[in-house]
Design a protein around this ligand. Structure first.
Ligand code: UD1
Ligand code: PEP
Length: 416
């Protein structure tokens, strides 16, 4: 199993190019199932999850032509309407093939995703929504079987805001008969990016970016070209890493408008931030001040940045309260951060982080994607060497992380 060895203490300095967003790329790749024509995607990140999704689509009969940070998908010969357990278990976003398959082919068999480190993560709202659109759904031997001659438009209310739930039903509704209204839908920028791609394919969608999305189904979608949006969580992770190390970095190929709450929190921590169209510059000259965070659906503070801010708070001046309201078990990094000397108390969904002057390197274990990112940040500030085990989690969502960090001056190497 691969590990990362990091010697902390060097402030990050320089420029880093942000990759395309994992959480936009995954649903948009699934949109390739909605058409027999070519879907050409650029700014595609080179991530394990993207490779897994491509393999899953290829196994269904999609022809994928790869280029440098780009891919063309052709869905003329899709013939296997199944997502097997082996693939869904490594990447929960595989559930996103369900809506497109039922919508275009009238049938799908998708493994139920299991729970994962951060929580139980059920998919009941995806299923309930498809049923409201007329799909017959049964669950047998751990698989969701869905059938529908043609899905029908429906009014669907999400009692919990779900990002992939909104995306799955938006794709299903794009080819349904009639109008679908998704209420209390997710407002995440990745939902808008998917809607932009679907519109380029001929879908009729309005209201994305608000909590009510209206989709008027069409008979058929066509091919299109779409550039995947920048990864706001990768952007936020590099900014927090720079702030924690007292560094000064410039992110390119990114967007500040999708990172507002994160930038506000970094400013509150004492960072000087400058932005323009596709660039964010951060400069941190003093010890960070601790900042409270409370996760909630967009546009509030993202759960995918909670662990990174926890790491920042570990070495900040003061005491911070970190509240996780989205996932019931997303504090797995706490125990590992404590191994580096962090002082954190957890009660229920609230962590109290007392900032310490310094952390010390130790052996730690990554438990999920963003927990891994928090360990990398803590390791970058800790004295001495930290070795992070199980970094396959990191490779799911961060493109060439050690190369990017090395370029910023970090002492980091992968142990194979
Ligand atoms: C590939 C992708 O985009 N992943 C993101 C997506 O995950 P994902 O879309 O899986 O997360 P959801 O938005 O669906 O989950 C939000 C909450 O709703 C609950 N829920 C969800 C669906 C459902 O049918 N029933 C139900 O109860 C979940 O358990 C969770 O407590 O949004 C999360 C919340 O911003 C992010 O952390 C993930 O990075
Ligand atoms: C939880 C995450 O991803 P996923 O939904 O793919 O597990 C994440 O990106 O932090």
């Amino acid at each position: 199993m691969q590990k990362l060895a990091i010697i902390g203490g060097t402030p990050l300095r320089g420029e880093v190019r942000i990759s395309g967003a994992k959480n936009a790329a995954l649903p948009i790749l699934c949109a390739g199932l909605l058409t027999a024509d070519d879907l050409h995607l650029t700014n595609l990140p080179d991530l394990h999850d993207v490779i897994t999704m491509r393999r899953l689509l290829e196994q269904m009969g999609i022809v994928a032509t790869l280029g440098e940070s780009e891919i063309t998908l052709n869905g003329t010969h899709v013939n296997k309407l199944e997502a097997p357990y082996d693939m869904v278990k490594t990447m929960r976003a595989a559930i996103l093939v369900l809506g497109p398959l039922v919508a275009r082919f009238g049938e799908a068999k998708v493994s139920l995703p299991g729970g994962c480190a951060i929580g139980s993560r059920p998919v009941n709202l995806h299923i309930k929504g498809l049923e409201a659109m007329g799909a017959e759904i049964s669950i047998e031997h751990g698989y969701i079987h869905a059938k529908a001659k043609r899905l029908k438009g429906a009014r669907i209310f999400f009692d919990i805001v779900s990002v992939t739930g909104t995306e799955n039903l938006m794709m299903a509704a794009a080819l349904a008969d009639g109008v679908t209204v998704l209420e209390n839908s997710a407002r995440e920028p990745e939902v808008i990016d998917l809607a932009d791609c679907l519109r380029a394919m001929g879908a009729k969608i309005t209201g994305d970016g608000t909590d009510t999305i209206t989709i008027t189904g069409v008979e058929k979608l066509n091919g299109a070209s779409h550039r995947i949006m920048p990864d706001r969580i990768e952007s936020g992770t590099f900014l927090v890493a720079a702030a924690a190390t007292g560094g000064s970095i410039t992110l390119t190929n990114t967007r500040a408008d999708i990172l507002e709450t994160v930038l506000e929190k970094l400013a509150e921590a004492g960072a000087k931030i400058e932005v323009n169209a596709d660039m964010i510059r951060l400069d941190m000259s003093a010890r960070p001040k601790s900042v409270n965070v409370r996760t909630a659906p967009h546009p509030a503070f993202p759960t995918d940045m909670q662990a990174q801010f926890m790491a920042l708070n570990c070495i900040a001046d003061g005491t911070a309260m970190v509240v996780e309201t989205i996932f019931e078990n997303r504090f797995m990094h706490v125990q590992e951060l404590r191994r580096l000397g962090a002082q954190i108390d957890v009660e229920g969904n609230t962590a109290l982080v007392r900032g310490v002057e310094r952390l010390e390197g130790a052996a730690v274990m990554a438990t999920d994607l963003r927990a891994s990112a928090s360990l990398v940040i803590a390791a970058l500030v800790a004295q001495g060497e930290t070795v992070i085990d199980r970094i396959y989690h990191l490779d799911r969502g961060y493109e060439h992380i050690e190369a990017k960090l090395s370029k910023l001056g970090a002492q980091i190497r992968r142990i194979k």
